[in-house]
Design a protein around this ligand. Structure first.
Ligand SMILES: NC(=O)c1ccc[n+]([C@@H]2O[C@H](COP(=O)([O-])OP(=O)(O)OC[C@H]3O[C@@H](n4cnc5c(N)ncnc54)[C@H](O)[C@@H]3O)[C@@H](O)[C@H]2O)c1
Length: 423
């Protein structure tokens, strides 16, 4: 395969030709190795690389970046410890980058980019990767604000025009038992859906401490979870999975409006930035369907992560993978040995690239993220907030500049006082 053909194949501009090459076997004779780059070398990014390297025989990791070099080095050490992929790691010293602009260098050097930073950077990084014609795996959520989600919707369209793949980390959509369960709901085994009760009730999460030499920006970046411009608050950062499953069950519909409550009771120490630790939001969907959402991150409280679906002819429990028609037997689709959903995401992404049949989760991921943002903003404002009002806003939480030094912590949003910024 010539360099030009290889580039065309990888960028998706010669999908049909590539398929022919694959089918004829000519492809195997050329340099068809896909070069992988990682942006954001934390827990998820480190695992995503391993999954990507296991997903295809001819791939190699060539570039990595993290805001902090110590995070990158820890990640590389961990990736190297997996014996089965050791031969696929080819990150030379000039393939490692830190700071806010490292993503540009990673994108330049690879064919498939894994975007695994905190979600505040996702719209920027995704746009740059797709504009450069690279295939992308991008973690959820895909934004933290309205401006970011709108940018992702535009980028998703661009990915289609460029014939490159965009796989999102809304991973439950890649878990076979969940696909089987949702299929039965779509097959109307429990009739029409009238309501969903979705929960993400857990304990607290990590805090990475502080050091005297850290500037306020370094403190926020290292403890990104507690700052809305970086994480979107935990209702967006974590509970977004439940909102995504709800939208999946509801055939991709988006909400009409939301009303909710929330606040912080255990996370009162300023070291926890300004996010909440509990929310309860009711979302109105078309046709009178309601989604009742509750999420909490507090120590010493009951835990429950589930999606309870109430239909006119039965019910389903998504996280138990069960569907129960009224008066009938519970049907279970649980498979304890099912392949990891994280592996399936990468298997399907690389299969799509190889086949020239490009996948695109972008629009769906943006709408699930926006649904989470609607729920957050409804609780923050204390008002019934409509989808239209949300989309009319241009809420953009990014700081004016990404640079080390001073940065303020906004106040904890006070319902009744906090207002959604209009465009
Ligand atoms: N799908 C899932 O089930 C799942 C599970 C865990 C995490 N995630 C998602 O993955 C993302 C990362 O989560 P994590 O748990 O790996 O967090 P993490 O803190 O372990 O890793 C994030 C890394 O990104 C780095 N980073 C921050 N800003 C950067 C920038 N501008 N450029 C380069 N690097 C930057 C951080 O320094 C950190 O090392 C989040 O969006 C999270 O929601 C998804």
């Amino acid at each position: 395969m010539s360099d030009t053909t290889r580039r065309a194949f990888i960028q998706g501009t010669a999908a049909a030709a590539a398929t022919v090459s694959l089918a004829s076997g000519a492809f195997a004779a050329g340099d068809d190795t896909l070069r992988i780059g990682l942006v954001g070398c934390g827990g998820r990014g480190t695992s995503a690389v391993v999954e990507a390297l296991r997903a295809d025989p001819k791939v190699k990791l060539v570039a990595m970046c993290d805001a902090f070099m110590d995070r990158l080095e820890d990640s590389l050490t961990s990736i190297k410890s997996k014996g089965d992929i050791a031969a696929k790691i080819d990150v030379k010293p000039d393939g490692k980058f830190d700071g806010f602009d490292g993503y540009k260098k990673v994108i330049e050097r690879c064919d498939v980019v894994l975007l695994c930073t905190p979600p505040g950077f996702r719209p920027l990084h995704l746009k740059a990767a797709i504009e450069a014609g690279k295939h992308v795996f991008c973690e959820k959520p895909v934004a933290v604000d309205v401006a970011g989600a709108k940018s992702v919707l535009e980028t998703a369209k661009l990915a289609k025009e460029k014939n490159v793949s965009l796989c999102s980390g809304y991973c439950w959509r890649y878990y076979h038992p969940m696909r089987e369960t949702v299929k039965r709901i779509h097959d109307r085994v429990i009739g029409d859906i009238s309501a969903l009760h979705i929960t993400y009730l857990t304990g607290g999460i990590w805090h990475r401490g502080t050091k005297p030499e850290w500037s306020p920006m370094e403190y926020q970046m290292r403890n990104w979870y507690y700052y809305t411009w970086l994480s979107g608050d935990f209702i967006v950062e974590q509970h977004c999975h439940n909102f995504d499953k709800a939208r999946w069950v509801l055939d991709g519909k988006t909400p009409v409006a939301a009303t909710g409550v929330g606040g912080r009771q255990q996370r009162r120490d300023p070291k926890f930035g300004h996010i909440y630790d509990h929310f309860a939001v009711t979302l109105e969907f078309p046709g009178g369907v309601k989604v009742f959402s509750a999420c909490r991150q507090m120590e010493g409280c009951a835990g429950d992560i589930n999606d309870h679906i109430i239909g006119t002819k039965g019910s389903a429990q998504l996280m138990d993978f069960t569907v129960t028609p009224s008066g009938g037997e519970e049907q279970s689709f649980a498979k304890p040995n099912a392949k990891s959903m994280y592996q399936v995401e990468h298997d399907e992404l690389f299969a799509a690239i190889r086949a020239g049949k490009f996948m695109n989760d972008g629009e769906s991921a943006a709408y699930s993220t926006l649904t989470s943002i609607l729920a957050r903003e409804a609780a923050y404002t204390g008002k019934r907030l409509t989808w239209k009002e949300l989309l009319a806003s241009d809420l953009n939480l990014a700081p004016a500049k990404y640079e080390w030094g001073a940065i303020d912590t906004p106040p904890v949003p006070l319902p009744g006082v906090y207002k959604l910024k209009k465009a």
